[in-house]
Design a protein around this ligand. Structure first.
Ligand SMILES: [Ca+2]
Ligand SMILES: [Ca+2]
Length: 396
């Protein structure tokens, strides 16, 4: 898996090209796919009319043919259920737009009794989901899991029009993963997940016993909650044979959150019932590493980083913040070498969520603890950190 956002390799011969005129057959085409089949969707609008596209054979790829994700639009107009239901390993969805699912535009959940791995969501634009944009779940029997997937170079967005369609007390969010292990979520933009009433789930959220997630180089704009590992302190989780966290049932185990920009400036978000809650939330997140993120808000959130509950441990360091870290409920994480009170002029263009450092940002430049920077050896641009590293996601 690469680290950039270059186009995926072109496919060889044998791919099936699909046109918008075949929209009514798309469901059966994909359901009947054989392992490794590749489907290339021509530019245009695919108005599904409520169909769910089930991907149940391993290694199936569904891609926009042109590579321009904005030119291939799959729309369910809030009919039916989810749009893509991914139940097999090594499925790729790439280079297209998915709009207005009643539930989830993409729902990853093992279709059979076996765990699945290697699902890839790449260069996808998701707009106005009825529930969470990308849901990752266990199989129906709670013993098969969806592990080791990637969500990269994608754009998840709730617009004002979509927000008015969200149901069930703001039951929405960007990525929502339960009991999922070893996912990489990188280089995405996630924005607009909040409601007038009710508290949206995070832009990116893994919990209920998820583990070893890597969340890096994402830009999160105007979400009620940015990135979350864990939620609450109940015992709903996943059992691992090596009994991590001293055998305690945590909401999240391990994991790294680094080099993300998290930004909020929307007066309507601040005026909503829940406001801007937290840039990053750790709740019963055991052995988490949260380093070199930048969280900037024009109005105070509850917490720039919320470190909560007694099972939360690990390291929260070298983050550049407009507002303070809040520790509550007895966490044992090491919280050090963070800089709060960042000002808008410390950044290249804060009003555009460009939180790269300005040359005058002396409060951030060279101010990080180099010992903790080993957890994030490169920055949000993929550039190496200097021997005198800067706090936050950007090394100037
Ligand atoms: Ca430096
Ligand atoms: Ca840089």
């Amino acid at each position: 898996m690469g680290s950039g956002c270059d186009p995926l390799p072109s496919v060889g011969s044998g791919a099936t090209t699909v046109t918008p005129a075949q929209t009514a057959q798309l469901r059966s085409l994909l359901y009947d796919a054989q392992p490794g089949d590749v489907f290339l969707l021509e530019d245009g609008n695919y108005d599904l009319g409520g169909d769910t596209l089930q991907l149940i054979a391993d290694g199936v790829t569904v891609r926009g043919k042109s590579g321009d994700r904005s030119a291939v639009v799959i729309d369910n107009n809030y009919q039916g259920g989810s749009i893509f239901a991914v139940g097999a390993s090594n499925v790729t969805i790439a280079d297209l737009t998915i709009r207005r699912a009643f539930y989830h535009p993409i729902h990853v959940s093992p279709a059979g009794g076996q765990s699945i791995t290697g699902v890839q969501i790449y260069n996808v634009r998701i707009v106005d989901p009825g529930e969470q944009a990308i849901k990752i779940n266990t199989g129906a029997n709670f013993t098969a899991f969806a592990d080791s997937g990637t969500i990269a170079c994608s754009h998840l967005e709730m617009t004002a029009a979509g927000r008015s369609q969200v149901r069930n007390n703001c039951y929405t969010g960007g990525v929502d993963a339960h009991q999922a292990r070893n996912w990489t979520i990188r280089d995405n933009r996630v924005e607009g997940f909040w409601c007038d009433a009710g508290l949206s789930e995070h832009g990116i959220h893994l919990w209920r016993g998820a583990r070893d997630t890597v969340i890096e180089r994402n830009v999160l704009v105007n979400n009620a909650r940015g990135i979350g590992l864990g939620l609450g302190n109940d015992n709903v989780g996943r059992d691992y044979s090596d009994a991590p966290c001293g055998g305690n049932k945590a909401q999240h185990y391990g994991g790294v959150v680094r080099n993300n920009f998290i930004y909020a400036d929307d007066a309507a978000l601040f005026a909503s019932a829940s406001g801007f809650d937290a840039g990053i939330g750790l709740e019963s997140a055991c052995d988490a590493t949260v380093v070199h993120n930048t969280v900037f808000s024009t109005t105070a959130p509850f917490a720039a980083i919320d470190v909560r509950f007694s099972l939360t441990s690990g390291l929260v360091a070298n983050n550049l913040l407009s507002h303070p870290v809040v520790e509550r409920g007895g966490p044992s994480a090491t919280v050090s070498d963070n800089v709060d009170g960042a000002q808008p002029e410390w950044f290249v263009d804060a009003a555009s969520a460009n939180l790269h450092l300005a040359p005058s940002a002396s409060g951030a430049i060279d101010q990080a603890n180099a010992g903790h920077s080993t957890q994030a050896p490169t920055d949000i641009d993929g550039e190496s950190r200097a021997s005198a590293p800067d706090v936050g996601a950007d090394e100037l």
